[in-house]
Design a binder for this molecule. Structure first.
Ligand code: URA
Length: 238
């Protein structure tokens, strides 16, 4: 079953290999519980994270996982890689192997980019964060090889045409911190977007670090390579 809603009777029928008539009987006998409460409605919507039991037997128990990681340079945003350590490798003993295998990455960073990476098994949550419609802003600290000036601000705000994808980038905010450093705020995530935008000025990015995604700000106490489990309201629970 995916994160999208399913009907309780269909789920029990498939999971327990019994017909729907039998499921209705179980419901009438008050033998099925969803999230600890007796379920009586065949139409009751459930999802991947509903705790479902029949008598004392657990039929489904999946924990929703939300992880904040400080990705170091040199680690790849992938679940498997032959050459490099992956963000999943970095999770170490934080989660069980089954939990680790259930995760996906919410907005990748390049190999040589550091900073905030979010991981989850809740695709509805990650879709909300990454959907172009949500316009979630991502903040980056960028260090450049050559000095930057006010011209960059205008060019980033106007958008740049990327011929390969045949798109013009959405307006990007650039705040100059000093000659060689800027804060860049994106609301989309095109391939190597920041490096390509500075590339228009023949100005190589020497360091790139993501500090936030929407309301999720990289915890300053989280060392490179370390992770924390978040609850949905963005509080650290372990
Ligand atoms: N832009 C880049 O060029 N690289 C990243 O990792 C993120 C944004």
């Amino acid at each position: 079953m995916s994160i999208s809603r399913a009907r309780l009777d269909r789920f029990i029928s498939e999971k327990c290999q019994i017909n729907r008539k039998k499921v209705r009987l179980l419901l009438a006998q008050k033998r099925i519980r969803v999230d600890g409460l007796i379920a009586t409605d065949i139409d009751q919507p459930i999802n991947k994270f509903s705790l479902i039991s029949l008598d004392d037997q657990i039929i489904q128990s999946n924990k929703a996982l939300y992880i904040m990681m400080h990705k170091p340079v040199g680690v790849v945003c992938a679940t498997k890689d032959d050459k490099h350590k992956t963000v999943i490798d970095l999770l170490g003993g934080l989660l069980t192997p089954k939990e680790r295998a259930s995760l996906h990455i919410v907005g990748r960073l390049d190999l040589n980019t550091s900073g905030l990476v979010l991981l989850t098994n809740d695709s509805r949550w990650s879709e909300q964060l990454t959907s172009p419609k949500s316009k979630v802003s991502k903040h980056y600290l960028v260090t450049l090889k050559n000095p930057i000036n006010e011209e960059y601000i205008q060019a980033f705000a106007q958008g740049m045409y990327f011929a390969f994808e045949k798109i013009t980038t959405k307006p990007v905010t650039l705040n100059i911190i000093h000659q060689y450093q800027a804060e860049v705020i994106l609301t989309e995530g095109r391939y190597h977007q920041i490096k390509r935008m500075f590339g228009r000025f023949s100005n190589p990015v020497t360091a790139l670090h993501r500090t936030s995604i929407g309301d999720f700000v990289l915890d300053k106490t989280l060392l490179p390579g370390k992770s924390q489990i978040l609850n949905i309201s963005n509080k650290i629970i372990t």
